[in-house]
Design a protein around this ligand. Structure first.
Ligand code: NAD
Length: 428
């Protein structure tokens, strides 16, 4: 089938390349010329495991191409996927200007039946808004449908998630569109939920809000564990065996972040407000999350006896491992808090771009050991695997004071304490 993907970021690029790998003919379009030029030569602008191979394979097979021309992508396509950003507006609601611009620009290019598919995360009712924009600009007699098809991939395992989705959600009132979208995804063999657009949009927001709630819940529990001397890892394990609860998303840490959870939760709170409901549960989820940044900073204060004038080695800047994405990264929020309190930061992350260090105003070390050399404490913020297997004796000897705050509970407290480190985890 013929597919156009509008926007080649984390979602668009993964969707386009994976669909090409499924055998479809895909043309991806983006407004950033430099990005498109890179992609044409097989260079991937983001860090996403498995993606370079898929792009290379499908470029070579001629099933995947990149352009800056919307017309070139849209004209031959049966499906036009909108994968552009929906950042938070000032009041927390989702800013739909990019989505609306695409809908406005695509409509006049349609001369044969197409399905416009919203993959961007957009609040309830937005698909209908897109449909109105498109219909107002459509040439007479031309048929089209608009559908919602929210994306659930996780950065860091996006290719796997796209190819092995837990479910595919299709929101449309058109049987024709539902049938064609089912066909498009058939080879994935995933459970399919076909529903109306409003329900599809709500499924996405409710899923992200629930996952974020689990994280804030376990963070709150971890803070009590710290106070009473319980071990949150075992608490989570004991809870997780209950099939009604499950193990996932019960890991305490510096709080959730990334390009989706914070903004989607704010947008859902706003949607609730606009409909006369005060979603105070979710406001609490956000409060706990922000408080967690300060709680981690307090742990660094504790192991250093005050951070002002001290040098802290930050291990990890990305919001989670296996990605270079630092949008709303809790690591960065904690580091800002520490800098406000007078600390100097020397950071290391295996994939995050150099410009991020510059923007943050911190020194960039070539490795974790170099970051810690002469430092007053190590603060582990992203659970990259490489931090597990270091020579901790050498680390201890190279630091001004051997102290570690393990904001991800990645390391073994017992071993580190035996080596003479002052160790602080989260809730244990
Ligand atoms: P992104 O910022 O990584 O990528 C968006 C891309 O769209 C950029 O390359 C940008 O240049 C391009 N773009 C903007 N306006 C355009 C236009 N008019 N025409 C063509 N290209 C245009 O964003 P993302 O992380 O891929 O997220 C996209 C959407 O998907 C958001 O709504 C997000 O909430 C949702 N989503 C993201 C994830 C995730 O993990 N990143 C997961 C699920 C859903």
């Amino acid at each position: 089938m013929k597919v156009a993907i509008v926007g080649t970021g984390y979602v668009g690029l993964v969707t386009g390349s994976c669909m090409a790998d499924m055998g479809h003919d895909v043309i991806c379009v983006d407004v950033v010329e430099e990005k498109v030029a890179k992609l044409r030569s097989g260079q991937i602008p983001i860090h996403e495991p498995g993606l370079p191979d898929i792009v290379e394979r499908n470029l070579a097979a001629g099933r995947l191409s990149f352009t800056t021309s919307l017309a070139e992508a849209v004209r031959p396509a049966q499906f036009v996927f909108i994968c552009v950003p929906t950042p938070p507006a000032e009041d927390g609601s989702a800013d739909l200007s990019h989505v609306e611009k695409v809908a406005t620009d695509v409509a006049p290019l349609i001369s044969t039946y197409k399905i416009i598919v919203n993959k961007s995360t957009i609040p309830v009712g937005s698909s209908m808004r897109v449909e109105r924009i498109v219909r107002e600009r459509l040439a007479p007699g031309v048929e089209t449908d608009v559908a919602s098809n929210p994306e659930f991939l996780r950065e860091g395992s996006a290719v796997f998630d796209f190819m092995h989705p837990d479910r595919i959600v299709i929101g449309t009132r058109s049987e024709r569109a539902a049938g064609l979208l089912t066909e498009l995804y058939r080879s994935l063999g995933a459970p399919l939920i076909v529903t109306d657009p409003e329900t599809a949009e709500m499924i996405k927001y409710a899923s992200n809000a629930f996952l974020a709630t689990k994280i804030s819940f376990i963070n709150a529990i971890s803070n009590i564990c710290d106070a009473v001397g319980a071990d949150v890892k075992e608490v989570a394990l004991g809870m997780g065996y209950d099939a009604r609860i499950g193990f996932e998303f019960l890991k305490p840490g510096p709080g959730f972040g990334g390009s989706c959870f914070p903004k989607d939760i704010k947008a859902l709170i706003r949607v609730a407000e606009q409909n006369g409901y005060d979603f105070h549960l979710l406001r609490g989820v956000l409060d706990v999350n922000e408080q967690q940044h300060r709680i981690i900073a307090n742990k660094v204060e504790k192991v250093t006896g005050g951070v002002s004038g001290k040098t802290i080695a930050a291990w990890g800047l990305a919001f989670k491992p296996n990605t270079d994405d630092v949008r709303d990264s809790p690591a960065i929020a904690v580091l800002r808090e520490l800098m406000d309190r007078g600390a100097t930061i020397r950071g290391y992350d295996p994939v995050v771009a150099e410009s991020v260090y510059d923007q943050l105003g911190i020194e960039r070390a070539p490795g974790p050991m170099e970051a810690a050399d002469g430092a007053d404490a190590v603060l582990l913020l992203t659970e990259w695997n490489e931090f597990r297997w270091l020579d901790f004796e050498r680390l201890r000897d190279s630091m001004r004071a051997p102290a570690i705050v393990d904001a991800r509970n990645l390391l073994d407290p017992h071993t580190l304490r035996q080596l003479g480190f002052s160790y602080e985890g989260v809730g244990r």
